[in-house]
Write a protein that binds this ligand. Structure first.
Ligand code: TRP
Ligand code: SF4
Length: 402
């Protein structure tokens, strides 16, 4: 079985090249090696855009179309919409009971975003709780890996703490130690001593070998000890791992080197800053936008030499151009041998060429909305099977199994 990856994206507007290079391209790459779950985070969008439901409503399916156009394959990846799975909300509620307020107040994105999005009233309960909702999104699929940008690493860290706390609170029932001792007493003395030795070694050093040896001993007991039960194995496996019973899985952030593509003015690309090239911009719009891009301010006149490092166009060349073209830029810029419009042309050509297959696939899907709905339907049901199973485990662990 391939390890599971989970990630989400908020439907707050058309996708642009920053989304593609920052996340989507990586998502496409991952689907060959992982069991990937990708979802439209519409509830997350509402935590900041609760006054703009039209944007979200309009964007959800367009976003799925852009994902597939860029190369996500619904046969490889599970694509779904968060709000279609109320299980996420149920887990969020249950996790909320024991999550200290301070954990959420200390998430660095909380104050950052409040500062940045001053025009919105974000002094809401939903906005404070949104990293916990994200934790529920991740934990409900027992995902091992979460591809996120640097800015979201703290959310994965919070997710790990929440999982650990849950397992500590609910993974170990009151008479766990006594039951473990009783199970151990069923084994032969030497075997029990061997198991204890491995358990201690694993607890102290995390040695995979000790863990494997301990597990081996439990297999031996299951095969040979009279009166041994499945529950004994389960109990002692939890004892061995030191986790009691792990119900929720601690995920890891998956940081992949991504090419940083700035906006047209050199700031972070964002539709709300008006500095974005959209994945679906047509050739004419791309040409106009790139030709209007900010350049090194030292090149006020054609005859002034410039420094590529001080120019956002250079960042585009680093993503879109081969070394020969990059050498031509460096040489031409620093000697005033080329003009900025000459310099921009290869970037325009490369973007337009990259968009061609996206445009073709997006047009086919836009013309066939039933197909897109069907893809989301299939993905949602696949996700639901797993989410339901986790919720059953969680309810049982919290004493809600009646
Ligand atoms: N919070 C993420 C963002 O703003 C989106 C998101 C929601 C997400 N749930 C997630 C990402 C779970 C990774 C895993 O971009
Ligand atoms: Fe930027 Fe190219 Fe102009 Fe140099 S020549 S300032 S790299 S656009």
């Amino acid at each position: 079985m391939r390890p599971r990856v989970l990630s989400g994206m908020r439907p707050t507007g058309s996708l642009h090249l920053g989304h593609y290079h920052g996340a989507l391209k990586n998502w496409v790459r991952l689907q060959d090696d992982y069991d990937c779950f990708y979802f439209v985070a519409d509830w997350h969008a509402l935590t900041t855009h609760y006054e703009e439901r039209e944007v979200i409503e309009k964007t959800v399916y367009d976003m799925v179309i852009d994902w597939i156009a860029a190369g996500l394959d619904p046969d490889k990846s599970t694509i779904f919409i968060q709000s279609r799975l109320p299980e996420h909300a149920e887990l969020f509620t249950l996790l909320a009971m024991g999550t200290p307020l301070g954990w959420l107040e200390r998430v660095p994105t909380y104050k950052d975003q409040m500062e940045k999005l001053k025009d919105r009233d974000l002094a809401t309960y939903g906005f404070l709780g949104y990293p916990l909702l994200q934790a529920a999104d991740i934990l409900i699929y027992k995902a091992g890996f979460v591809p996120v940008g640097e800015d979201q690493a703290s959310h994965v860290e919070l997710t790990r703490e929440v999982a650990r706390r849950f397992n500590n609170l609910y993974g170990r029932h009151a008479n766990f130690e006594a039951q473990a001792a009783a199970a151990l007493a069923k084994m032969g003395k030497d075997d029990a001593r061997y198991y204890e030795k491995q358990r201690k070694a694993f607890g102290e050093t995390g040695s995979a070998e000790a863990l494997a040896k301990g597990e081996g001993m439990l297999k031996k007991a299951a095969a040979g000890v009279a009166g041994w039960t499945e529950a004994d194995s389960e109990l002692l496996l939890g004892h061995l791992k030191g986790s009691g019973k792990s119900i929720l899985v601690e995920p890891q952030a998956l940081h992949t080197e991504v090419a940083k593509l700035p906006g047209l003015d050199g700031a972070k690309m964002s539709k709300s800053y008006g500095n974005a090239v959209l994945m679906r911009d047509d050739a004419e719009t791309v040409t106009k936008k790139i030709r209007g891009m900010t350049t090194d301010p030292a090149r006020a006149r054609r005859t002034d030499p410039g420094t590529p490092e001080k120019c956002p166009v250079w960042q585009f060349h680093k993503v879109y151009s081969d070394t020969a073209t990059q050498d031509w830029v460096r040489q031409g810029c620093t000697t005033a041998g080329i003009g900025c419009l000459d310099c921009k042309q290869p970037v325009i050509d490369a973007i337009v060429q990259q968009q061609a297959p996206w445009r073709e696939r997006a047009a086919a899907l836009t013309a066939d909305p039933k197909k897109v709905h069907w893809i989301v339907e299939m993905g949602t049901e696949r996700a639901r099977t797993i989410a339901r199973q986790t919720m059953k485990d969680v309810r049982d662990a919290m004493g809600l199994g009646y």
